[in-house]
Design a protein around this ligand. Sequence first.
Ligand SMILES: C[S@@+](CC[C@H](N)C(=O)[O-])C[C@H]1O[C@@H](n2cnc3c(N)ncnc32)[C@H](O)[C@@H]1O
Length: 229
Amino acid sequence: MFNKKTAPLPPGKFRMGGTHFKNDKAFIRTAVRDVRRLVKYCDLNAESSLLDWGCGAGRLAVGVREEFGRIRDYHGVDIQPELIEWADANLAGEGFRFTCLDLSNERYNPDGSPERTLAAEPGSVDAFYAYSVFSHMNDDDTPAYLRLMGEALAPAGRALVTCFVEEDVAAWEENPQGYGPLEWKGPLHCTRFARLHFEDHVRSAGLAVDRFEYGRETDGQSLYVLRRG
Ligand SMILES: C[S@@+](CC[C@H](N)C(=O)[O-])C[C@H]1O[C@@H](n2cnc3c(N)ncnc32)[C@H](O)[C@@H]1O
């Protein structure tokens, strides 16, 4: 069991997803906020199997530890070995595990394999979390990973995901100029979907939208709660 007071937080250089996460209090606060939203929207509880897809160095694991101590299975998956090595050395333990996959993403692991997997058994995931992952993903990987998400979810499972979506824009665009709070630079810094296009991907993956909240997440992303359709 982790000790809330002494368990370390990832060093600043390993905190993905925005400068606000460099602040320890904000890092923990957003993690706890998201665990509470998983409880509310995805029925997360102490008996759940939770897949944290694109977990970085384990921000959500810190929130699970704060709120629950532990749950049945927290599984963090990412494609950046140095982040997973840190998480594995510092946050893994009873109920907490991490997996590094050498898969391709033009921003985070351009030389990785073009294969796609979530490292999850079909029908095994009660709560799926993907915060700021589809915000850095091309328009081929996105529908493919949504399909894998649909397969991985348990029948009553739910997914909380964030992404950039807008009405009346191109179906998919990389680093749209003048959009959002940052000047986007480099491969897949910001990937934006037309809302209908993203929701077409959702439906084609055998998923349905349970909840949509526009524009209140990191850098103006929107929040979706998805379930099996
Ligand atoms: C902006 S970070 C968000 C980190 C974390 N979800 C958070 O909110 O603190 C996006 C993460 O997604 C990971 N990622 C991108 N493509 C992935 C894939 N195909 N499988 C697993 N992780 C992926 C990246 O390596 C990166 O750590």
